[in-house]
Design a protein around this ligand. Sequence first.
Ligand SMILES: NC(=O)c1ccc[n+]([C@@H]2O[C@H](COP(=O)([O-])OP(=O)(O)OC[C@H]3O[C@@H](n4cnc5c(N)ncnc54)[C@H](OP(=O)(O)O)[C@@H]3O)[C@@H](O)[C@H]2O)c1
Length: 209
Amino acid sequence: MKIIITGHTRGLGKRFYEHFVSDTNNEVIGFSKRQGTDLNVSIDAVVEAALGCDLFINNAYAGRKQIELIKRLNNKVKMIVVSGSQGGFFNNLIPTEYGKNKKDLSEICHLVSLDKNSSTKILHLDLSCLEGNEVDIDDPDNLKCDYTIEFNQVVQTVDSWIENPSFNDIRFNFKITDLLYDQISTKMGTKKELDQLVEKIKQAVDKSA
Ligand SMILES: NC(=O)c1ccc[n+]([C@@H]2O[C@H](COP(=O)([O-])OP(=O)(O)OC[C@H]3O[C@@H](n4cnc5c(N)ncnc54)[C@H](OP(=O)(O)O)[C@@H]3O)[C@@H](O)[C@H]2O)c1
């Protein structure tokens, strides 16, 4: 397979890169800032390399560039895997630019999956805290988790999807632990909406018990 990955030098993208490059039948090309491709400057080199590829892994976060890449590559590549974030869901509680971009990203993935004219299969990964996530919890865009998702779990999910692309969205585990509750309420400056959400969760669970 010909595979293009953005953000292949660190974190999840690096793990994808190592995984796919280990199969010598694959041709894998990575793009990252330190290697000379800043998506915030231009996405043209990535689009050009990806045209006609089997798999485009749209992983690096760079403002609205993940969304632009989908628009440019829809119907021009066989499969797209997108690193999204559950920060998109929490954008209603803690509005941030990151949360808004990830929410819009999730929506465009859904719309592409509904496009009857598109031959591109798309998978949106609704990720939460990943392994090795050393975040600054004072950063308004970041939440620190007391549990994480292993990269291998994400890579294995993508491998299964490639074999059987019959779904288009995967939500990884995210739980409102006490640590997260404290951070979210601090960032919101109020506990009101968060408590409503926690109450809703409790009621849903109580009803199904
Ligand atoms: N980490 C988490 O807990 C978490 C949670 C939810 C969602 N996600 C999402 O998962 C994806 C991967 O996250 P991660 O934490 O594994 O990434 P990361 O460790 O922060 O690595 C970012 C990668 O993207 C590249 N990159 C960043 N900005 C770029 C730019 N403007 N142009 C080109 N390349 C750029 C970096 O390249 P250089 O090395 O060259 O800088 C690096 O390879 C992101 O979309 C993120 O939003 C992550």
